[in-house]
Design a protein around this ligand. Sequence first.
Ligand code: IPE
Ligand code: IPE
Ligand code: MG
Length: 243
Amino acid sequence: MSKERTIPKHVAIIMDGNGRWAKQRGKERHEGHIAGAESVTAVIRAAGDAGVDYVTLYAFSTENWGRPEAEINAIMELFCYMVASRTEELVKEGVKVRIMGERSRFSPKVLSMIESIETTTAEGKKLTLIIAFNYSSRREMLLAAQEIARRAVAGEIKVEDIDEELFSNSLMTAGIPDPDLIIRTSGEYRLSNFLLWQASYAELYFPETLWPDFGKEEFQRALDIYAGRERRFGKVIQDNEEK
Ligand code: IPE
Ligand code: IPE
Ligand code: MG
């Protein structure tokens, strides 16, 4: 009996291990981030080819502002460089880019790169790429709670109207389906403030590979592992039921 392979609609990735990758090679941490940028390109392509509709990449957490200034600056510069050098290719590949996170702390240059990539890629139809940049899930949920409270106080909604759908639609991920698969590289087994609400029924996969070593084959392996999982969503699967 042949069964069609289940492809996740949305894959979210915590790209971890750049610093360790650099250290293993006697390099500076920022060189690990530069190497990690190549994995980003490879994974976006592999995801598009596989028929994944949404990819979310955790690129910079709210907590990452606590890192040394030189490293933060290197990450911001790398972001600008990647936008400048890869936008054309993303447009060609049909990738629509959205940057998710609070923008108030970014420099004018980073802000203009964000606007540029979102505008230029807006018509992409093949894959939506969401880059979590100055993102934290708790902060996202607090902002949503504030927005909902404001609307309730203004009389736009009733307290009884606050349901899962309204809450989901008040998050930064409004309109994006929940991730089916969350991958965290580098052998760390935690979510580090990433998509906590949205991850409720995501399948989790924790490869040991450091992010700069994660490429097309590794991504395909993750899809294979996902295809072999049984998602139950709290229910009971009947013997004759398809997965
Ligand atoms: C992930 O790699 C990239 C960012 C958090 C920006 P790390 O920089 O966290 O790498 P490790 O965990 O120190 O190896
Ligand atoms: C999570 O990685 C954030 C990103 C990948 C952007 P960290 O390396 O910052 O997380 P912790 O500190 O190990 O939990
Ligand atoms: Mg890390």
